[in-house]
Design a protein around this ligand. Structure first.
Ligand code: NOJ
Length: 763
């Protein structure tokens, strides 16, 4: 049989009505296919491929279709159903070369089913659970015709003031790198072309989490060693896992915006790391080069961006307007444009779109009658994952688990807040489908106990905060404000509390407080909620706090006044059920903090793996002339890796297989974990390393491995960790990743602070 050229396959497919398309014959190799196609493309068609638009009020749908059919758009984001995207794909297949569109979306922690926010997912330290959340999200997104997600977001963040802390996986390089891989695997499966998977575009490249003072969009100034050692590895891990795309950060790095940063985008990403996929600017970032003060106007901005290697321009027309002029004037070369086009077409090829432009859009007859149908949700997975993300921070006198009997007063502005359950990037999730804490408790107790409810306080009473929160979403109020005087709301809540056996107070942040552009200058629970808690405490009833928030908060007063405190982040569609599972002991909490919790905002940035210094504060020694704040107890409130259980765990001392490690060799560290309590439970055994003396000051400890272990009550298990020479390496002053002989400390603990220790020598 005569073999059709790849383009002929495409054209012949496109000529068929959408529903008649069958899986095509194999295309030519990617390289040949794209080369053939590019030879036929006009300059305008090439530049069209570089344009990524947001589906929104800027253009009407007919205008968009017209532009697509004219070959002026390469992809879109923010349209999330098959019937929305099909006409656009039809338009693309009416264009001269019938190059398919791709459809992207911010699928960050779920799509229709919302999983806990990313910071919460990280708190599970459970790679299977996190991977499952990404897999389900990909399945749901692909079933809604999405080809690419703008995720995972793997920016290391050590500054809780930054609102996007909620969107990432915390402060630790190793943990975030492990998660980066499982997220990419979950999104893409074995092949981003699979019709039930989506391509991952890791973001925000690079270092966005280190914006100065935690103020969003701010500049980043960082030493190369710190970049390589702490901030870059998670992006690299996502790319090593095969992420097909990279979204470029909005910030500058040592003065050069990422969007115009040739070192970042070419030397590091392309040459050193060998990335071959597509790069996408963040929203409007190319034109922002003018505001950064590195480009005089849009003309220069477009030149800097295309020269740096920014393939797609998000939601602006700047490439379309400027690239032809830049080419005509000789300021850029044809190859600058061609390189970008090749990457975009390559990504479309990898997403399987040339083989079948409708592979995720499907046939109209198969479109879901109701895109929000219950049957499309994955509630069981969401509940199971959410339970694993909850972190028990305090539990005096076995206050938890609660008994399903008597009466329980559920109080607080977040107790019945469906929008807030869903968290910061809730994609296509709808609040009406999320289970609130109130609903969760009611479902759990049935008629065995009474759940009494009062709101007790508004999330905030600061007009500035409220105006900010309600400005985020246009079609509904993000935060509903109860107009009653605060004192009346508290009085009502106290009355309810007095008639109950125990108080559960759901307090913290509304989800908009931990979001893009939502940087905070304090980390306190807002004032009206604190006043409510004071009043509840005064009732003398046992007080359980259910905390909802997207960042570490300064919890000193709340840790003092509560009997038990459960960190629940924003737990997603099934959050209320998951929280009830833990509160009533149907699930034994096993989460661990993925970020250090400070005592106050003044300690920030605070993180466990700080560099060794000459005058450290040492507990028990006199504090003067030591690194500390003299007006506050030193050290964080809660260490990285911390989290309690309803059972008790004990760790034995560490046994090393040898007191020395040879270059290229390995060493085994073993420890016995015992569940000495009365319930089955899981915990995370964490292994940290310290290089005692090196050519550069090293962190006081660094996570190098962990195991999440489930033990039956009374059970013990010996765990083995293999350390290799690679674990001992660091970036030296020449940015070489190398180790140096000498002494190393191995620390193993159930959090980063309370550890057993052994030492060995690298020979
Ligand atoms: C801006 C955000 O910074 C980025 O994370 C997101 O993917 C894009 N907007 C698209 O929504």
């Amino acid at each position: 049989m005569k073999r059709l050229s790849a383009l002929a396959v495409l054209v012949s497919l496109a000529a068929l009505p959408a529903f008649a398309q069958t899986p095509p014959s194999p295309l030519k190799s990617k390289e040949v296919f794209i080369r053939d196609l590019m030879q036929r493309m006009t300059l305008q068609e090439k530049i069209g491929q570089l344009r990524l638009i947001s589906i929104g009020p800027e253009m009407t749908k007919p205008q968009i279709r017209q532009e697509i059919a004219a070959g002026n758009i390469g992809g879109t984001f923010n349209s999330v159903s098959r019937d929305e995207n099909r006409p656009m794909q039809d338009a693309a297949l009416r264009s001269r070369l019938k190059i398919p569109m791709f459809f992207a979306y911010d699928v960050i922690h779920g799509h229709r089913t919302i999983f806990p926010i990313s910071l919460g997912l990280a708190a599970s330290w459970d790679m299977d659970a996190i991977g499952l959340s990404a897999k389900v999200a990909a399945q749901e997104a692909a079933a809604d015709s999405i080809d690419m997600t703008f995720g995972p977001m793997v920016d290391i963040s050590r500054d809780a003031r930054w609102g996007r802390t909620s969107e990432g996986f915390g402060e630790d390089t190793y943990l975030v790198s492990r998660i980066a891989k499982v997220m990419v695997d979950g999104f893409q499966g074995n092949d981003p072309a699979a019709p039930d998977h989506v391509m991952a575009a890791v973001k925000h490249f690079a270092l966005y989490g280190a914006v100065e003072a935690g103020r969003d969009y701010n500049a980043v100034d960082m030493s190369p060693v710190r970049m390589y050692q702490d901030y870059l590895p998670p992006y690299r891990a996502a790319l090593d896992a095969g992420a097909g795309g990279v979204m470029v950060a909005l910030n500058s790095i040592n003065g050069q915006p990422a969007t115009s940063n040739k070192w970042l985008m070419q030397d590091l990403l392309r040459k050193d790391w060998g990335f071959k996929g597509v790069t996408i600017s963040d929203h409007g970032a190319i034109l922002e080069l003018v505001k950064h003060g590195v480009a005089a106007d849009g003309h220069e901005a477009a030149k800097l961006a295309i020269k740096a290697g920014i393939d797609m321009s998000m939601n602006d027309k700047v490439y379309g307007e400027q690239l032809p002029k830049l080419l005509a004037s000789g300021e850029i070369q044809q190859r600058d444009i061609d390189n970008a086009v090749r990457d975009v077409l390559g990504a479309k090829y990898d997403m399987g779109l040339f083989a079948d432009p409708y592979r995720r859009i499907g046939k109209a007859v198969d479109d879901p009658a109701d895109i929000n149908a219950e049957s499309r949700l994955h509630r069981e997975a969401a509940r199971d994952v959410a339970r694993k993300t909850l972190v028990l921070l305090k539990n005096d006198n076995h206050t938890l688990p609660l008994k399903k009997q008597g009466s329980i007063a559920l109080i607080g502005p977040l107790a019945n807040a469906p929008i807030d359950m869903m968290g910061s990037w809730s994609a296509a999730g709808i609040p009406e489908q999320s289970v609130t804490v109130l609903q969760g408790l009611r479902d759990a107790v049935g008629d065995k106990a009474k759940i009494l409810y009062a709101k007790g306080a508004n999330v905030s009473d600061d007009p500035r905060v409220l105006a900010f929160l309600n400005h985020i979403i246009l079609d509904r109020k993000e935060v509903e404000i109860d107009p009653r005087p605060a004192a009346d709301m508290i009085a009502e809540a106290v009355k309810v509390a007095q008639s109950a056996d125990v108080i559960v107070a759901a307090v913290g942040e509304s989800r908009g407080m931990s979001h893009e552009s939502a940087s905070r200058s304090t980390l306190d629970i807002p004032a009206p909620q604190r006043a409510l808690l004071d009043a509840l405490k005064a009732t003398g009833k046992p007080l359980v706090l259910v905390l909802m928030n997207g960042r570490p908060l300064a919890l000193e007063p709340q840790l003092q006044q509560s009997d038990a405190l459960l960190e629940t982040w924003f737990a997603g569609t099934e959050g209320g059920h998951a929280i009830a599972d833990v509160l009533f002991g149907d699930y034994n909490p096993s989460g661990k903090l993925p970020m250090t919790f400070p005592r106050s905002v003044g300690q920030v940035p605070v993180y466990y793996n700080y560099l060794s210094i000459g005058r450290p504060f040492v507990p028990g020694e006199q504090p003067n002339y030591r690194s500390q704040y003299f007006d506050q107890e030193p050290g964080p409130q809660l260490p990285f890796g911390y989290g309690l259980s309803y059972t008790d765990f004990k760790l034995s001392d560490i046994t090393l297989s040898s007191p020395t490690m040879k270059r290229g060799g390995t060493l085994e560290a073993s420890v016995t974990l015992s569940n000495t309590g009365e319930r089955d439970g899981a915990t995370v055994v964490q292994l940290y390393l310290r290089d005692v003396a090196a050519s550069l000051a090293q962190p006081v400890k660094q996570l190098k491995n962990f195991q999440k272990v489930m033990l039956k009550a009374g059970e013990s298990r010996t765990l083995h960790f293999t350390l290799s020479e690679d674990d001992l390496k660091f970036y030296n002053s020449q940015l070489k990743y190398a180790d140096e002989p000498g002494q190393f400390l191995v620390q193993i603990g159930l959090d980063s602070a309370d550890v057993k220790q052994q030492s060995f020598v690298l020979q």
